[in-house]
Write a protein that binds this ligand. Sequence first.
Ligand code: C2E
Ligand code: CA
Ligand code: CA
Length: 695
Amino acid sequence: MTPPGTGTAHPPLPACVMQRCDAHDVSRFMLDRLDTAVWVFDIDAGQVVWANASALNIWAADTLDELRARQMKPGMSPAVARRLAQYQTDFIERDASFSEMWTLYPRGVPRPLRVRFSGIRLSDGRMAMLCEGLDETGQLPEAIRSADALLHTQLMISLHDLDGRTLYCNPAARASFEGSDDLASRFVHADDLRRLLAAIRDAGEISLIAEVYTSKGIRWHELTARSCHDPASGRPSVLVSETDVSELKEAEALAHMRANHDPLTGLPNRLAMPALFERLSRQAERSGARIGVLFIDLDQFKAINDTLGHLQGDAVLMEVSRRLFELRGKDDAVIRLGGDEFLFLATEERTEEGRIEALAGRILERLALPVQAERRKLMVTPSVGIARYPDHGADVQILMRRADLAMYEAKAAGRNQACTYDDGMRNRREDEVALLADLREGLRRGQIVAYYQPRVAPGDGRIVSAEALARWVHPEQGIVAPDVFIPLAEKAGLIAQVGACMMEQAIRQQSLWAKAGFSISVSVNVSVRQLCEADFAGMVQRLLAFYDADPTMLELELTETLLLESNPTVHDNLDQVRALGIRIAIDDFGTGYSNLARLNDMAVDCIKIDRSLISGLPRNEEIVRLVIAMCKFMQVTIVAEGIENQCAADWARANGCHELQGYLYSRPVPVAELEIMLERDRLAAYRRPMPETVD
Ligand code: C2E
Ligand code: CA
Ligand code: CA
């Protein structure tokens, strides 16, 4: 058997004609007398292998040999070829037959015809196609119906020549493209037309969704275009059928927009970021520009949210986004990453050297302007970290991490400033990771020890209390200060462990001192994070019981951020420790966001005026006096921290502070050293003349 498609060895006449008829001449005579054109088409070879006289007439062939010699494959569109191949399969598998309107192009002249196709085997066994060109008049109603359908369908159908000139439009297409006489004028994006024509040339057909100009404005159309022949001229042409999919597109665009935008501020969100960066970096690559990745985090935004509520917080975020958006240049993007974090992608062309840093400066300036919120003005400042493409990385995730690292440095350096990434930051971060590993080890090995700094009475300088301050006795680095490892422990979630270790030492020490006859109270610094642990109060209670210590001689030093805390566990813990008789002090008072009403509600026992206020004396006398007046009103113990010289001590004493603490009296020292001071106090008390009221 000849393999299908080779088309070399099939016989000149099909089997039915050659072999199944006994009287060859009779049948040939009959077939030739028929008005119906009958021919056999070898699908594999793309050639007519037999035709009767009517068929020769329709094909405009003088002889059968001449028609057989015609090669039909080269001019055949891929769509027709595919359809014929499908017919061949249908003939083989289910003996199918089809009746269709076809237009033949004998010698390039169109001949519309109703043709019935059915399968017929050639003598070599291959499936060919028997075609009967039927009398058209009998099919008229159907032809009318199909023409009518074309007139009334919503589907837009149009025919164009290969240059895109419009040859025909059905009414739907006409209504949509009024006044347009070529394909080119329809497309909003010339690229879409180029794609369409290239696909017609290369593959014979294409489906695409494109934006087109229509009488209803710009719409989205789904187009299917096929190469075919113009039935009127026989010239190759393009048949386009299309439907309006704008609503679908809009729904899709809306869903896309929702997924990629932050609903509060309308800015693109984290999901949209990679694509935005990709677009800007591609542009930058061409022009040799840089891209600044500015990581912006608002300072202490949580305080605004917590004190004023989320509505006010949202208003601030919207105002901040608006200001950032206004600073945007044409090749920039502003993204809300979430919470109070924003990303500014800024393009710096070669001619704009320094633009990124200048922009960071403008961001700081613009955001520093107070935000008008309901009945009050709020101050928000940002910390900005900058990384640069391509200098600091080509990958957006790496750039973001580096900008974040730089932002973290800006925070550490005191907030409200911008920092540009450098490799040193990465080293510092690596050092930090190593230090953290050491800290875990140090906690297990008991390297966190309490030093004590005395708090003295203003009159006679006698020690009335001691503050426990953590020191890390590092095996290689020596004594590490708490400013280094406490923030690290907070970040790494180790603060509860550090805190528990300090609490244990302080309570034990207080109990030991009490037994040794030194009646001083001990204060311990407690991080708000520790109070978030459900068992905090329970832990303190167990320690007090175990060491048989007096709860009224224990004081917890808490910072003002506590006043902003809404976590109920924190308040449960506070209530419980207060119920035990433990005293509460507010540490570093005067540095943060103070909510006086909350302070009053909390019923604190003691306020420690921050050393920055004390060291500013006497310049800021007014403020400190005001703070003291307020403390007196609240009837709390007033402690002045950071007393470094006699002058400050005298001022604090004269202004009614109850306790003084600072380097003037002593630095924080190990237990043994504090005990020497306590002994000295005891001796001084013996030598002091007895007050007259005592016997
Ligand atoms: P703080 O609670 O305000 O502790 C007072 C800090 O001020 C201590 O620093 C102390 O050495 C220093 N200081 C005392 N008098 C003076 C003075 O006259 N002049 C100056 N310039 N400084 C003075 P230290 O021990 O380095 O502690 C720093 C901070 O670390 C503490 O500030 C506290 O916030 C934190 N911290 C220390 N130990 C612990 C702890 O066990 N738990 C927690 N959560 N935080 C702790
Ligand atoms: Ca303290
Ligand atoms: Ca303090």
